[in-house]
Design a protein around this ligand. Structure first.
Ligand code: NAD
Length: 334
């Protein structure tokens, strides 16, 4: 059996990994802590680590893992901005990911955020539980005939665009590699930013997309624009977003990701003082909806993640080519 140190483990991760790993000859050591340079030592005597979006695979962590004899890092996710691929290569740690597990799970969550904000169902839910059946303040807007701007039309963005078209919205899109003919109007990013009633982010976080939506972009947007981010937090300058929510320029924001989420999301911090004032102020607004990086969290996606991750590792250990290996020619992480 090959031993795997499984960082940032949650109960919902175990359901499918417990079923699939033993059959593939993998023995999993579940660790609740995140992988950081300080916790890398916990991978001692394991041949590989299995990690998620907020684990840190920078130079220092990878050097320590390599010293411990770790030869592979299997990401249980698609995004890999948290991995220094150059350092991984230098330290002989091969890196695998799950490029697609359920684009629908993320796209449907993005639409759930959008519909909640446009129809105020988050507010209605709390009101009716308190027997307040007033409709004051709950006037919504239709998505039909609205212009929805999709940044990044890969697997998730394309799926989201299809759902948006199903609502009768007009979809504008921007991508470095447009997929012409998908019923989508591709435009330049500045045009998308100027024309869209809704902007939904579905591109990866790279040096060129860091703070893609910053102060200059917010300045150009339509008044009352709705921002949806299910991709990576640092695509948005959070302080600029907050200022634009406060000024009313941004009509609503649905955030499944946040640029400083690492020590907060996935944890119950309800009894702690939260020092991040930007997040505190965003959370206090009635038109900001934050979910805790849960767009991937459906049973269909969890099963697919476990299947691909176990397959990646078992191919690696049996010396086969791993199709889902990441090489450092990919866009460099921030
Ligand atoms: P994908 O690789 O299929 O698509 C990404 C698209 O972005 C590609 O079409 C690519 O050409 C485009 N792109 C790259 N750089 C760009 C740029 N500078 N400007 C515009 N477009 C650019 O990825 P995907 O599976 O569709 O996932 C999209 C993102 O969603 C991932 O990067 C990941 O960060 C995020 N994600 C979040 C969750 C979650 O739970 N919230 C789950 C899965 C994925």
């Amino acid at each position: 059996m090959e031993k795997i140190a499984f960082f940032d483990a949650k109960s919902y991760d175990r359901t499918y990994f417990d079923q699939l790993a033993p059959k593939a000859g993998l023995e999993i050591r579940y660790l609740e802590t995140r992988l950081t340079p300080e916790t890398a030592v916990l991978a001692g005597d394991c041949a590989a680590v299995c990690v998620f979006v907020n684990d840190e695979l920078g130079e220092e962590t990878l050097a320590r893992l390599s010293e411990k004899g770790v030869r592979a890092a299997a990401l249980r996710c698609a995004g890999f901005n948290n991995v220094d691929l150059n350092a991984a290569e230098r330290h002989g740690v091969r890196v695998f990911r799950v490029p697609a597990y359920s684009p629908a799970s993320v796209a449907e969550h993005a639409m759930a955020l959008l519909l909640t904000l446009t129809r105020r169902t988050h507010r209605a839910f709390t009101r009716t539980r308190e027997r307040n059946f007033s409709l004051e303040g709950l006037v919504g807007t239709n998505l039909e005939h609205k212009i929805i701007g999709v940044v990044g039309t890969g697997k998730v963005g394309t799926r989201f665009a299809g759902i948006a078209r199903g609502f009768g919205a007009h979809v504008l899109a921007y991508d470095l590699e447009p997929k012409w003919g998908a019923g989508i109007e591709y435009v330049r990013l500045d045009e998308l930013i100027r024309r869209s009633d809704v902007i939904s982010l579905h591109c990866p976080l790279t040096p060129s997309t860091y703070h893609l939506l910053g102060r200059p972009a917010f300045h150009e947007m339509r008044d009352g624009v709705i921002i949806i981010n299910t991709s990576r937090g640092a695509l948005i300058d959070s302080e600029a977003l907050l200022d634009n929510v406060k000024s009313g320029k941004v009509g609503a924001a649905g955030l499944d990701v946040y640029e400083e989420e690492a020590d907060i999301f996935y944890e119950d911090v309800s009894s702690k003082v939260m020092r991040d004032d930007t997040l505190n102020l965003l959370l206090s607004q009635p038109n900001v909806l934050v979910t805790s990086h849960q767009a991937f969290l459906t049973s269909e996606a969890l099963r697919a993640i476990a299947e691909t991750t176990v397959d990646n590792l078992s191919r690696f250990f049996s010396g086969e080519r791993v199709e889902n290996e990441l090489h450092n020619r990919e866009p460099a992480p921030v």
